[in-house]
Design a binder for this molecule. Structure first.
Ligand SMILES: [Zn+2]
Length: 1011
């Protein structure tokens, strides 16, 4: 038993502790082996991707499907995390999150499943997490209090006013606020009428209050059974150890709970098993004839109507990915270009909806004028016909192949470990009863497709016919922004509150709320919290890894020494390059234009060629090329100042940069560098027609993301007068930038280009630097080419900065005119169903004991008072405390906040309450461990290079070990002092900004957002 070899085919069909080994497979595309097992009495299925990666991941996934929008799946996801049999705490996940070394800790609701993944680099931590997760999903308490806290309830304030509250209720209100979110839902609903994608798996606030506690409990019974669970494992902890853990801690309890007395009849079935009732729910209903629909959506985020054609394309397929890249992969791709150049709208809306087993194409344009929808449909049809008849160019095919090859080779960490991406792919097959590995061979599939691309010159046309000209029914949909949309929803909500209020038993309600509020306010004792074990500071590895970077010099175009930064990382045959020029010798009046300029530079053409030809050329050669900005400051901590002194003569420290970045396969290095040099030196600023399109897109993009960017905008705003660095951030990316973007007029395109050319050329004249991230083999190939590149790209000696101060930037920060009352408070107003608040107060200098203590303190706050006051009680989706010790700041914020005005004051008030709370040594130890976890979170090779470079040019590199040393030295007394210091600092100075709906009462200074 001990030596059961899971990878030995002789063991297929045999069992290990009740788990039958059903499949062993190679997963070469992800350099893994995999095993698939089923527990014979409970039916629990396990799929382990075995790979020598220390960052282990597990995920408990359940097929959860609803044919209503009451949000049961989502409310269940939240509620499972609110206490379980073995961990009877208010929020074991939050407790876990505030004391463990995780690299991923979250839960997600999808339309067809709910997934609870966790990942850690530390074995003991991994099993601690797995224990809490398993108990939470299979044995949650699901009390009535939890249901009304996370789901919905009638809430009564001191004056007896009623409202509907609930964490999910408020979270989803924020989801129903912007145009494209709603438009997206409308398309899904149209394409899969009456089946689960047509309903909101997260819950529609209009329907959530209809969910009863009984229905909620039933939902758990139906879907959270072991025979509906997919347990995915990834990493280097042995299959045996993981199954031992499940066997010892869970399998007996599960057998008992689900009364599993015999083996399940499908115990040795090789494919995943899906319960018949769930299979029925998972069935997709498609349109049986073509339809034309007209819908409305909120105004927020829209620049006009949206018109789309949607058409079924069948199962997930590499062919479709390829065809999409050929036709739409970049701005110069034939269909993308036709849409952009039509001038009909400003928001191309195209792509394959690949979330479900049945997929569909969407082709459309947003931001169009009323009445021209038919023109949009006609244009799209005509273009498809034309492409089918004439085919596409070899360049379009080559660039698609390059793009896909590149994407399949590059490792990313969009929102957690790379294994999360693999997990999503595996679950796609698994949830629907197909092989777990059925979606895990994209590279193999693409290599096969490449052979067909080579041998069949008509392939693209055949695919166009197959996917766009098939006889599948289609949906034509027009979505119009409506000023009444949110108002109508608000009215309906008021009516619902009234109705619920009338039928409610006020006395019972009062009792319910009293009990809930008491529970919420109750602080758990250390004895209670002890049920979740934690890692000790003494167990932590003291030496931490920090990416290295090397500084060399090479001869530039003027014969002088040019700084070249080299990051040696495992990039898998890819190289990343940044070529940057300082723009800080210009007058600050130009700085506001740098963001749009950086967006324009690689998109407008060079060397006398049209922009589309240029983009096509670069797409055939490179993974991507883009304009980039890098700004920052050298902090005044002595360690940073010392580094600054050391490199002073180079002139690269603390500069504000604009430039070009790119990524490519090293095999194309020579041609890529030649092209980059051409882009940099031969940039054209002549194509006013192209700039007009880019202006529209810039505006539409900013508008579409306005509400989602709310928290960032609020923070930039409340730090705008803090320091030179923050003032610049406000000008480049904050509310001030929204005004800049709103002021770009298409008719001024020529003038704008002239100004852009001036900024760009002046920056180039000021000299430049180069940074390369690549693996050893790539570097060996690249280094001999760098001097030629520097010469051809015209890079010269760096001239010194003008060293601007805060006062030089302030005149360019937009100020609020409508001031009523308090100057330290500001409200950013737009149409939004959700809000944010941000507060900053002075903090301690980086690399000091004080800063480390404040960091530990914020970690404790986040796991305790912030969570309790704002999420549990306040109905916010999140609330967070943090520091920016480089800028000597202590920061507080709420996220998706139903009442940002009230909460922005509560943020500072609760610091006083927190300072009175007596912390224990253990509290502090847990918080240190958690901060340490953040510090050692792995990064991709590309990001390691990026971090090392960005810290180097701001004299902040090589200091991570010192930071961690300070952190590990923090004592209880230091944190107590930090708590007192923060309260005193807040009394001296604080800046507050909220982001809220325009109908809210005024709040200090008021600023209506443009766009
Ligand atoms: Zn949620």
């Amino acid at each position: 038993m001990k030596n059961f070899d899971f990878l030995n085919p002789d063991n297929l069909g045999k069992e290990y502790k009740g788990f039958i080994l059903l499949k062993i497979e190679d997963v070469p595309d992800y350099k893994c082996k995999s095993v698939f097992l089923r527990h014979k009495s409970t039916g629990l299925e396990v799929f382990h991707l075995i790979k020598p990666d220390h960052e282990n991941l597990f995920a408990f996934a359940f097929r959860t499907v609803s044919k209503d929008s009451m949000g049961a799946a989502h409310i269940m996801e939240h509620s499972c995390l609110c206490g379980s049999e073995k961990f009877p705490l208010k929020e074991p996940f939050t407790t876990l999150g505030s004391q463990s070394i995780y690299t991923f800790l979250n839960a997600m609701t999808y339309p067809d499943k709910t997934v609870y993944p966790g990942a850690s680099l530390v074995r003991s931590d991994y099993f601690n997490m797995m224990d809490v997760y398993a108990d939470s999903v299979f044995f949650p308490k699901l009390t009535h209090d939890t249901f009304i806290q996370e789901g919905h309830r009638l809430e009564m304030d001191d004056q007896g006013n009623l409202s509907i509250q609930g964490v999910v209720y408020n979270e989803m209100k924020a989801n129903f606020t912007t145009f494209y979110q709603i438009a997206n839902d409308e398309i899904l609903a149209a394409m899969f009428p009456d089946s689960y994608p047509a309903f909101s798996s997260g819950g529609d606030p209009a329907d959530i209050p209809s969910l009863t506690y009984e229905h909620f409990l039933d939902f758990h019974k139906t879907f959270y059974s072991p025979d509906n669970c997919c347990l995915l494992l990834y990493g280097d902890i042995s299959t045996a150890d993981q199954l031992d853990f499940m066997d010892q801690k869970y399998m007996r309890r599960l057998e008992q709970k689900y009364n599993c007395t015999a083996d399940v009849p499908y115990a040795d079935q090789k494919l995943p098993y899906v319960k018949p009732e769930v299979k029925e729910l998972l069935k997709l209903k498609k349109l049986d004839k073509s339809v034309f629909l007209e819908k409305t959506a909120p105004e927020q985020g829209a620049t006009g109507n949206l018109a789309v054609i949607a058409k079924y394309t069948g199962r997930p397929d590499m062919e479709k990915y390829f065809l999409g890249e050929v036709l739409l992969g970049n701005d110069s791709s034939p269909l993308a270009k036709a849409i952009k150049e039509s001038g009909l709208g400003d928001m191309p809306y195209t792509g394959n909806f690949g979330q479900f087993l049945e997929e569909f194409w969407v082709l459309g344009i947003g931001g169009i004028k009323e009445g021209i929808e038919k023109k949009v449909f006609a244009l799209l049809e005509k273009q498809i016909q034309k492409l089918y008849k004439k085919g596409v160019s070899q360049k379009d095919i080559d660039s698609a192949v390059m793009g896909i090859d590149f994407n399949l080779r590059e490792e990313n960490r969009w929102w957690g470990p790379y294994s999360i991406n693999i997990m999503e792919k595996a679950l796609k097959g698994w949830v629907w009863g197909e092989d777990c590995t059925s979606q895990l061979d994209p590279i193999t599939k693409f290599e096969a497709l490449k052979e067909r691309i080579k041998s069949d010159k008509q392939l693209v046309q055949k695919l166009i016919k197959k996917y766009f000209m098939n006889n599948e029914p289609e949906c034509r949909l027009i979505v119009r922004p409506s000023a009444d949309y949110l108002a109508d929803r608000a009215k309906a909500e008021t009516a619902l509150v009234q109705k619920l209020g009338e039928s409610a038993d006020k006395e019972a309600l009062k009792k319910d709320l009293e009990r809930l509020h008491q529970n919420q306010a109750r602080v758990e004792t250390p004895e209670e919290l002890a049920c979740i074990p934690h890692t000790k500071v003494s167990e932590l590895e003291k030496t931490v890894d920090e990416p290295k970077i090397e500084l060399k010099t090479i001869k530039g175009a003027d014969g002088s020494d040019i700084p070249l930064f080299i990051s040696d990382e495992e990039t898998n045959g890819i190289f990343y390059i940044d070529v940057l020029f300082p723009f800080d010798r210009l007058d600050p009046k130009y700085f506001m234009h740098v963001p749009f300029l950086s967006n324009v530079i690689t998109n407008i053409g060079w060397n006398g060629e049209r922009w589309d030809k240029c983009i096509a050329e670069s797409a055939c050669l490179m993974g991507d090329v883009w304009g980039r900005i890098l700004v920052g400051s050298v902090y005044d901590a002595p360690q940073c100042q010392e580094l600054a002194k050391k490199y002073e003569a180079y002139n690269f420290l603390g500069r504000k940069w604009i430039g070009v970045s790119g990524k490519a396969l090293t095999q194309n290095a020579k041609e890529t560098l030649e092209l980059l040099a051409r882009i940099i030196t031969k940039m054209d600023f002549k194509d006013a027609a192209r700039l007009k399109t880019l202006i529209q897109e810039q505006r539409a993009g900013k508008k579409a993301s306005l509400v989602n960017d709310g928290q960032g905008l609020a923070f930039k705003r409340c730090t705008a007068t803090w320091s030179e660095g923050y003032a610049l951030a406000e000008i480049l990316w904050g509310v001030t930038q929204l005004y800049t973007v709103a002021a770009y007029k298409e008719k001024d395109a020529k003038q704008i280009l002239k100004q852009f050319e001036y900024i760009y050329r002046e920056s180039l004249k000021a000299g430049g630097i180069i940074h390369v991230t690549a693996d050893k083999d790539s570097l060996a190939k690249l280094m001999p080419m760098m001097e030629t590149f520097a010469r051809e790209a015209g890079i010269t000696k760096l001239l010194p900065s003008k060293n601007y101060k805060l006062e030089d930037f302030l005149p360019y920060v937009v100020s609020a005119e409508n001031v009523q009352g308090d100057h330290t408070k500001e409200a950013l107003k737009t149409e939004s169903q959700t809000g944010y608040s941000a507060v900053v107060i002075p903090g301690s200098q980086t690399l000091t004991k004080e800063a480390a203590s404040e960091l530990v303190y914020t970690n404790w706050l986040n796991g305790h008072i912030m969570w309790e006051k704002f999420r549990t009680t306040g109905g916010c989706y999140g609330a967070w405390a943090g520091i920016d010790s480089g800028e000597k700041l202590f920061k507080l914020s709420t996220y998706r906040d139903p009442d940002p005005e009230k909460h922005s004051d509560l943020l500072t008030d609760c610091l006083e309450e927190a300072a009175k709370t007596s912390l224990s040594d253990e509290d502090v130890e847990k918080a240190i461990v958690s901060c340490y976890g953040d510090a050692i979170t792995p990064a991709t090779p590309r990001d390691r290079g990026k971090q090392a470079f960005e810290t180097f040019v701001y004299a902040n590199n090589g200091l991570k070990q010192q930071r961690v040393d300070r952190l590990l030295e923090v004592q209880l007394k230091d944190v107590q002092d930090a708590a007192q210091r923060v309260v005193q600092n807040a009394a001296k100075e604080s800046h507050k900004t909220i982001f809220c709906d325009k109908s809210k009462e005024s709040y200090g200074k008021n600023l209506d957002l443009p766009l």
